[in-house]
Design a protein around this ligand. Structure first.
Ligand SMILES: NC(=O)c1ccc[n+]([C@@H]2O[C@H](COP(=O)([O-])OP(=O)(O)OC[C@H]3O[C@@H](n4cnc5c(N)ncnc54)[C@H](OP(=O)(O)O)[C@@H]3O)[C@@H](O)[C@H]2O)c1
Length: 287
């Protein structure tokens, strides 16, 4: 299968490049193609004639999105529409990545969200990603949408300049006091695992919407405790609450996803988040 990977040097994109070795993969970076430029995008698809396009491109600095609303919708919504239309024109399947932040409006929720739960985003980023999802579903018959959460990978997020694990390790090694929010519950997910999960599903014809995170859930504080514990570091770590750092965006208190659609097709390969973190720490050492 010939596939075009957009955003190939990002965090998840670079792990997909490592995993999709049996695919005739054309990895493209932002300088090669911009999903906000429909003419160039269509030309890129015409030139390479892929059977599938995998879209990693997004604007996901959640606080910046609150004030850069135009850019947020340009990339996460209109850019995704451009891509879906270009795929339709060339009869291509589209794989698109969405987010747990399409949920969050139910303040007292403590049951993981499945694919049939009604989304309710509470920040600009979440609204723009949900609108992108809807456009993919409206325009195309053959698509895969993966809602993912709390990504960390060896490449680090190019959009955010690193990842949460690396930040914790750096602050601890610098001997700094660390404060982390303990009232936002999600599931941190290793992009190496996620790339293998995506690779398994896109080889099937089980098109549709999937939740794909590691198993289990934690707060960011609990995640920090596990990172530092597994790394043998013992800095002064304390709990913070949402709003303590003056963040612009409202974040969900609970956005845990259940991989129900993956379970239904017998392809849920994701492991508990603690094990996945261990694998990441080993991989970064090896790298
Ligand atoms: N990171 C998370 O914690 C998280 C959580 C939930 C969902 N997600 C979703 O997961 C996906 C992948 O995230 P990630 O952390 O791997 O992202 P990332 O590391 O920031 O990678 C995004 C890639 O897209 C490229 N890109 C940005 N705007 C583009 C445009 N207009 N046209 C073409 N390419 C563009 C970036 O290039 P440049 O850097 O050169 O611009 C980069 O290569 C995104 O859809 C994101 O919304 C992420």
């Amino acid at each position: 299968m010939k596939a075009l990977l957009i955003g190939a040097n990002g965090q998840l994109g670079s792990d997909l490049v490592k995993v999709l070795t049996d695919v005739d993969l054309i990895p493209l970076c932002h300088r090669d193609v911009d999903i906000c430029e429909p003419v160039g995008l269509r030309e890129t698809l015409r030139r390479h004639a892929p059977k599938m396009v995998l879209n990693m491109a997004a604007y996901h600095k959640v606080d910046e999105c609150e004030t850069n609303v135009e850019k947020t919708f340009a990339v996460n919504t209109h850019g995704v529409r451009n891509l879906a239309l270009a795929c339709k024109e060339r009869d291509c399947t589209l794989l698109h990545i969405s987010t747990d932040y399409v949920f969050g409006g139910e303040a007292n929720r403590r049951v993981p969200y499945t694919e049939i739960d009604l989304p309710g985003p509470i920040n600009v980023y979440g609204v723009s990603k949900l609108a992108g999802e809807y456009l993919v579903r409206y325009i195309l018959d053959r698509y895969f949408i993966f809602r993912v959460a709390g990504l960390y990978g060896v490449a680090g997020s190019s959009g955010k300049g690193g990842n949460f694990v690396e930040l914790m390790l750096r602050l601890a090694r610098e001997g700094r006091d660390i404060r982390v929010v303990d009232d936002q519950r999600t599931t941190p997910t290793y992009t190496g695992d996620l790339a293998r999960q995506i690779a398994a599903v896109i080889k099937t014809e089980h098109y549709g919407l999937y939740h794909a995170t590691s198993q289990g859930d934690c707060t960011w504080y609990e995640f920090a405790v596990e990172i530092l514990g597994q790394s043998g570091l013992n800095p002064n770590l304390s709990r913070a609450r949402t709003g303590d750092f003056g963040e612009k965006a409202t974040r969900p208190a609970y956005s845990v996803l259940e991989n129900r659609a993956l379970q239904r097709i017998g392809l849920d390969l994701m492991r508990p988040w603690q094990e996945a973190l261990g694998a990441y720490l080993q991989e970064r050492e090896a790298a």
